[in-house]
Write a protein that binds this ligand. Structure first.
Ligand code: FES
Length: 150
């Protein structure tokens, strides 16, 4: 059977699946899903620390995600903010890990993902890839209003 005859027997839907296997989004080699996006720029927003969205910032070590930024109250009680977009391959999976004094991490790629200090310095990089810093944003507290900006 020739190739075109084979494809004709499968039908147009199957041919589309064979031709465009990633139309619905691809996952990584190790099976983790996530969105690949660009690191946010011109960041400038506020969070009312008395609002419901800020409940997780009440305790040291807590964090929230807003506008692709990880906003953290670190173990010392200071507010810090970093891009949610990992500098390794731009997956939006950066989170705060309060263990070991508090670091930013992304677990998308094996074996250990990426890990960054609170100032964005790369601490662990997957598979010896080129270390790149994590984008860090400024924070400013005025009463109960936390501003996150570049
Ligand atoms: S994108 Fe974060 S570890 Fe690869």
């Amino acid at each position: 059977m020739e190739r075109k005859d084979f494809l004709r027997t499968l039908g147009a839907g199957a041919a589309l699946v064979i031709t465009f296997p990633c139309l619905g989004g691809c996952s990584t080699d190790d099976g983790n899903d996530g969105n690949i996006v660009t690191t946010p720029t011109n960041v400038d927003f506020t969070i009312d620390l008395t609002s419901a969205e800020a409940v997780k910032l009440t305790n040291n070590g807590g964090f929230i995600l807003k506008n692709l930024v990880v906003v953290v109250r670190n173990l010392e009680g200071d507010f810090i903010a970093a891009s949610q977009i990992c500098s390794h391959k731009q997956f939006d999976q950066v989170r705060f890990d309060s263990r070991d004094g508090g670091t930013f991490h992304c677990n998308v790629h094996a074996p250990a993902g990426s890990r960054f200090s609170q100032d964005g310095t790369p601490l662990v990089t997957p598979n010896n890839s080129t270390p790149r810093a994590l984008k860090i944003y400024n924070t400013e507290l005025n009463g109960d209003i936390l501003r996150v900006f570049e």
